[in-house]
Design a protein around this ligand. Structure first.
Ligand code: F6R
Length: 591
């Protein structure tokens, strides 16, 4: 969580820092702050979203051609102006931005206070500024002092630091929190993520844990934490800066929903690569998926696919639970970790455990992210940067990658041919947008929703409920349709809309029976199904219909799209910004 940016450029830095940090606002939006260096350190920071703080304070009104910036997702201390980053030392000679958590901050704070340091915030970050101050005071350079300070702390961090005593220098260090370096022509950047700096350079160096970068007007130098200079491994990024713009849509989320047909086509192009990866997989007797949130829902579909099409026993674990129960991992098990960001702390922790006992495969969207350096095998999804906090296009790209994986292992070419038709099915859903807007208007004031589905539609129900909760703040409960009668049906009454996912196929008739059960208790039925399904139509108060029939096994991909749109439009109707829902951050880098 939190986003950080730093730059040394030939122009005024503050407007560029502001533009770059805006692109990281998906990582946190409790508060924002900038510090520039021009003889003195100049700081502007405040509580709230970037636009609001900028309106109040004019964040660009500080001099200098170098500086650091931060958007915060609060962990230690309330989201106030005082706790906003940059944080400084006692004399405001050092300013620092940080993403991560300092676990031993209490003892370090007590120690530093005993040594006479005065603290102003409740953040763990401020410790680092004082530690660097302490080491500079005894004659160390900013670089050495930063190195010594990081050796004192336990926890995760990506930091960028400047000091009035060493103008023309920015130091960045990374341990278990993402940090990339942009090596432009006469301009250098540090950022939490590539989209922040795409407008300025496509030359990116991915820092590894315990590496540091020194930015100066002469360029960038990468060192290890002991001060040894390392080679600059520059990667040329294919993503364009347009991909991180709204492109005429009101919100990133809507743009990303609309991009899904193209995302699927791009992801499908990697089938030959996937075939190469699976050539090594015939030895595995068991699969274990590990993921969080939306990626976890993709994993459940993975389980159903592996068991149905390949007969391979498959477990699905939440990353955060994996440390408590790991099942029978061994060398015959392939552990598949799904993560769009490649930086989710719980998933990275699970990977470390899994790596000791089994081979690991990561399905990931972000090139160069931490997981890509630690898993044995990698499959990249081709969704491009996803800025909206709620995952949409990365979810369908994960699904497509899992389908391709199973198709390659089972050599099921018929399914591959049908998978290629999915982008067209989704286009048809997108053409039905006005109808979905009407449904959103009708149900926007409900307090609770149920989402039900069976078999391949069960994970879709979970995902529909998660989208609703995240961006509309309406309580949504995702349930296996057959499970309702084992308890939750007690909650059903005429105030609760039930969203039923009913593709033609094996689960169809049984889900219809469940619809009858909840209707008999007063529920309003919104269904997703085939538009030629007359029985479903007659049972539903509203239907989001798909023109073409698709096999049930592939239905999770197009059937999630009406649910994404419904949540999006309910969110807009309720006056919420779906790109930045409260309390959430795009990338969860704390456990
Ligand atoms: C929901 C959402 C989250 C993520 C989860 C895992 O819309 O985006 O639930 O799916 O935080 O993130 P990744 O896939 O980056 O590991």
């Amino acid at each position: 969580m939190c986003g950080i940016v730093a730059c040394i450029i030939n122009d005024k830095a503050a407007p560029v820092l502001l533009e770059c940090i805006r692109r990281l606002e998906y990582r946190g939006y409790d508060s924002v702050g900038l510090a520039t260096l021009s003889g003195d350190i100049y700081i502007k920071k405040g509580e709230g979203k970037i636009n609001d703080v900028h309106k109040r304070l004019d964040l660009t009104d500080i001099p200098g051609n170098m500086g650091i910036a931060h958007v915060r997702w609060a962990t230690h201390g309330l989201p106030t102006s005082v706790n906003a980053h940059p944080q400084t030392d006692c004399k405001n000679r050092i300013a620092l931005v940080h993403n991560g958590i300092i676990e031993n901050y209490r003892e370090l704070k007590t120690q530093l206070k005993d040594e006479g340091h005065i603290f102003t915030s409740e953040t763990d970050t401020e410790i680092l500024a004082h530690l660097i101050e302490k080491y500079m005071k005894i004659g160390n350079s900013l670089e050495v002092a930063t190195r010594l300070a990081t050796k004192d702390i336990k926890g995760s961090y990506a930091i960028a630091v400047i000091s009035k005593d060493e103008p023309n220098k920015i130091i960045g260090v990374r341990k278990e929190s993402p940090l990339i370096v942009g090596a432009g022509e006469k301009e250098s950047f540090i950022a939490s993520d590539v989209p922040a700096i795409l407008k300025h350079t496509k030359n990116v160096i991915y820092l590894n844990d315990n590496e540091m970068v020194i930015l100066s007007p002469d360029g960038v130098i990468i060192k290890d934490i002991d001060g040894n200079t390392l080679k600059n491994n520059i990667n040329i990024i294919e993503w364009t800066s347009d991909m991180a713009e709204k492109g005429g849509f009101k919100h990133f989320m809507l743009k990303e929903i609309h991009e899904q047909p193209d995302v699927i086509k791009n992801t499908l192009m990697d089938f030959p690569e996937i075939k190469k990866v699976v050539a090594k997989f015939s030895k595995f007797k068991r699969i274990c998926f590990i993921a969080c949130g939306t990626s976890f829902h993709a994993s459940i579909i993975g389980k159903y696919l592996f068991e149905t099409l390949l007969g391979i026993p498959t477990d699905v674990m939440l990353s955060s639970e994996f440390i408590f129960s790991q099942g029978a991992l061994d060398k015959n098990t392939l552990v598949i970790l799904i993560t769009q960001s490649g930086e989710t702390a719980d998933t990275l922790k699970a990977l470390k455990i899994a790596n000791k006992k089994s081979e690991t495969l990561a399905i990931v969207n972000v090139l160069g992210s931490t997981i890509t350096r630690e898993a044995d095998h990698i499959i990249y999804t081709r969704a491009g940067p996803e800025i909206g906090v709620a995952s949409t296009k990365t979810y369908v790209s994960q699904l497509v990658s899992i389908y391709m994986l199973v198709i390659a292992m089972s050599e099921n070419n018929k399914l591959l041919t049908e998978l290629h038709k999915v982008p067209d099915y989704i286009k048809q859903v997108l053409e039905d947008e006005d109808h979905i807007i009407e449904i959103a208007k009708k149900y926007k004031d409900a307090n609770d929703f149920f989402f039900i589905g069976r078999g391949f539609s069960y994970p879709t129900a979970l995902e529909g409920a998660l989208k609703l909760k995240e961006i509309t703040y309406i309580h949504g409960e995702g349930y296996a349709a057959g499970e309702l009668k084992h308890g939750p049906i007690a909650l059903i009454d005429d105030n609760i809309p039930v969203l039923a996912i009913v593709p033609p196929g094996k689960s169809h008739d049984k889900t219809l029976s469940n619809i009858e059960e909840v209707k008999a208790r007063g529920a309003k039925i919104i269904s997703v199904g085939s538009s030629t399904d007359e029985i479903l139509k007659s049972e539903s108060h509203d239907i989001m219909g798909l023109e073409e029939d698709i096999s049930e096994i592939l239905s999770p991909i197009p059937y999630v799209v009406p649910l994404q749109l419904l949540s999006y439009y309910i969110s807009v109707e309720r006056g919420i910004d779906p790109d930045k829902p409260k309390n959430l951050a795009k990338c969860v880098t704390v456990e």
